[in-house]
Design a binder for this molecule. Sequence first.
Ligand SMILES: Cc1cc2nc3c(=O)[nH]c(=O)nc-3n(C[C@H](O)[C@H](O)[C@H](O)COP(=O)(O)O)c2cc1C
Ligand code: SF4
Length: 474
Amino acid sequence: MAHGDVMEPPQQFLLPARPARSLDEYLATDWGGLGLARAAELGPEHTVDEIARAGLRGRGGAGFPTGRKWSGVRAQPGTDRYVVANAGEGEPGTFKDRAILRANPYQFIEGLMIAAATIDAAEAFVGFKASFTEEIECVTRAVQEMQDAGLCQGCQVTIVRGPEEYLLGEEKALLEVIEGKDPLPRVLPPFEHGLFATAPQLGWQATELEAGHAGLHESNPTLVNNVETLTNIAPILVRGADWFRSFGTAESPGNVVCTIVGDVQRPDVAEVELGTPLRTVIDAVGGGPLEGRTIKAVFSGVSNPVVVASDLDVSLSYEAFAAIGSGMGAAGFIAVDDTACMVDVARAFSRFLYVESCGQCPACKRGSGEITELLERIDGGRGTIRDVEAIGGWLRTVTDGNRCYLAVEEQAIVASILRAFPNEFEEHLDGAGCPRPRRFMLPKLVDLRDGRAVYDERQPFKRSDWTYGSRAEQ
Ligand SMILES: Cc1cc2nc3c(=O)[nH]c(=O)nc-3n(C[C@H](O)[C@H](O)[C@H](O)COP(=O)(O)O)c2cc1C
Ligand code: SF4
């Protein structure tokens, strides 16, 4: 795994410059195996306190404070609790979890075991896409070696091979998949409606109690954390919250593993200190824009409003991205240069979200479908100003009754492109051709190594019922 030169060891503690190829190599690091020992010494309450004091925020996209999440799950009533590691990584432009799992699976599993012990979980699950074969192998081997060494005691780890859908990574859908169902987000969050819950949930029927189970019906509070979040745990416990806070900013402490793809010289994944300017990441990790081009927009996956060229000096932190009206997401950045057409970019993002929407909430599926069709019409030179206005109407209602955040993503990303690049929409209207005819390929990453990003070529052929057509239906 090649890394950029933004940070040099020993400041890297998530993505080692040299992958840990065996448990012995991991145990030779400053914290390998010692995180579990430290958690046992502290006990659950003080472990949560230390994580909270460190200010670690979830790296799955929302940046929710990890200590608060752990204490929330601990406070929920219930006898059976579960912990789930979200290794679904489906956000376009993001490859950091797979990079961590390839290079540092032991540290991730140690974090998962600490989480399990802290919330007193009966069992732990790691939810992957079935296609992540290399990462599944790395984690399976790590679990086996750690079990043999007595480091995974008292909690069974089950590896789940899920479907390819974007919603697999949505936490309420991931729990459904672990229970053997399709990735359709349930209503209540995991801490209220956990895995294998036997208590009735908002009109849903209770699951039967297992034979021999004599306890009460339970909601089984479940903790869901992202791979990178869990990989932070052992170093924090061994080195302490103050050490962790010596990196990053006051509101976003630590390092972050970021991905940079799209219109850059050399797509890559690298661990950088939070607070590093986005422009530095584009230049130092991604090698900067292509020869003779300039970056006109950056997207943090498909979940947040566009970052325009005048905001490229924004620092990588939750608060700085919020201040420019965007979000850092999972720190997977898609750079778009001046040769790209922003109508085409909006069309590609909207089509992805429409196709991936599960349709449980009519406004989400219908609205994202209508918006996509209108964008396709404008992109093809067949649109009028009425079509642009109609997009505005659908954007207002697409989130009505939304069960998950996907509908908000559609609203946020499309509205932001319309606001930031109105002239590019105007250029297409009333039969005018596109002045920038290069097609934008959605960077749904299948692989990223040695400066080469491989995108999922089947995605443009995916239909809204999750089957695949033989040609792009756009
Ligand atoms: C449509 C959608 C897709 C998501 N995909 C992922 C994903 O692939 N991996 C992930 O960790 N979180 C993903 N999330 C966020 C999770 O729902 C959840 O917030 C996260 O796993 C919590 O972990 P954290 O607190 O450690 O960040 C997704 C959310 C949405 C709405
Ligand atoms: S908001 Fe969209 S993706 Fe989410 S549950 Fe509803 S229909 Fe499915």
